[in-house]
Design a protein around this ligand. Structure first.
Ligand SMILES: [Zn+2]
Length: 322
């Protein structure tokens, strides 16, 4: 691998808890706290900033840069770094494992865009209960760019099985929706091996049209009701029941992160160097970010963390790297 060429890594992740990334909702909608959706498709998503924010905080925790002191200067490399970013250290050598991959801004002339660029996470497989057990649903759009071997024009009211386990089923009953197996079923409708998700999900996956996919996802989101707790008294606030949406446990996401080299960067005229004096290459940047990503499965992302939500396991992190 060329350490100076940007590298795009595709990550696969499964929700271990329901995930709530709020859109800052109002009381006008179906629920009080809706989740963020992609405008064009109406499908729920996790914005890149909702991935990079917690990843930054967790990398800072792992590398002891959350709040730290250098002499009598106090830095905080996680979060926004204070009002104007003045608490970000921005140290180029040895390169701060937080400020360099995730970027920093300490006012004019002293800022840097992160070397890791996060893209939105989209739903790849969505779990639905059927009478024959759970089934994971996907669509041509959800699989785009992943190399599905066959072009599908899925009929609106039918499914294509993507595994032998489902292949002998003629119908699937989702309780409120009955789907027939599509007639023109080719043998090549198989998920590419490079999609790194657990086999038990691959073996229970079906493909439906994009339109039906959006419909199935939006009809099967979790809607929960909760009670606001008054922080003063620790008791339920009167009339403070609220509802919120969440993407259910078992949902599989995909997202990309593009890692760039820091070799040509200068911060106040200084080159970026690693702890042992080497260049800040793509692998170094990736390793710092993956330290943070590895904590998604224990500390979670999104809102409602205290209500047992948000844990997201990245499925293709290399063991031992972090
Ligand atoms: Zn820093």
């Amino acid at each position: 691998m060329n350490e100076n060429m940007p590298e795009s890594i595709k990550y696969y992740a499964i929700a271990l808890d329901p995930i709530h990334v709020g859109s800052g909702g109002s009381r006008l909608g179906r629920v009080d706290l809706p989740i963020i959706r992609e405008p064009g498709t109406n499908l729920p998503k996790i914005p890149g900033t909702s991935l990079s924010g917690p990843a930054r905080a967790y990398t800072a925790m792992v590398t002891n840069k959350y709040i730290w002191k250098d002499g009598n200067k106090e830095y905080c490399c996680s979060g926004r770094g204070g009002e104007g970013g003045e608490k970000h250290c921005g140290i180029p050598s040895p390169a701060c494992p937080v400020c360099i991959p995730y970027g920093f801004s300490k006012g004019t002339g002293f800022s840097m865009q992160g070397l890791a660029q996060f893209f939105d996470a989209h739903i790849l497989f969505f779990p639905v209960a059927s009478m024959g057990g759970p089934v994971w649903v996907t669509s041509p759009m959800a699989l785009e760019g992943l190399g599905l071997q066959q072009e599908f024009k899925a009929p609106e009211d039918a499914f294509y099985p993507l595994s032998d386990q489902i292949r002998d089923k003629q119908k699937l009953n989702f309780g409120w929706l009955m789907l027939n197996k599509a007639n023109e079923q080719g043998d090549t409708s198989k998920l590419p091996d490079k999609i790194q998700i657990p086999d038990n999900i691959k073996q229970r996956s079906i493909l439906v049209s994009d339109k039906l996919f959006s419909h199935i996802v939006n009809s099967n989101l979790e809607v929960r009701t909760s009670v606001s707790i008054d922080p003063q008294t620790g008791t339920a606030e009167e009339g403070a029941l609220f509802t919120y949406e969440a993407i259910p446990r078992g949902t599989v996401f995909r997202f990309d992160i593009v890692y760039s080299s820091g070799k040509t960067f200068r911060i106040s005229g200084k080159e970026l160097k690693t702890e042992d004096g080497g260049d800040v290459g793509v692998t170094w940047v990736k390793n710092q970010v993956e330290k943070g990503l590895g904590l998604f499965e224990t500390l979670g992302i999104g809102g409602m963390g205290t209500r047992g939500m948000g844990k997201l396991k990245i499925l293709n992190l290399k063991k031992g790297d972090c």
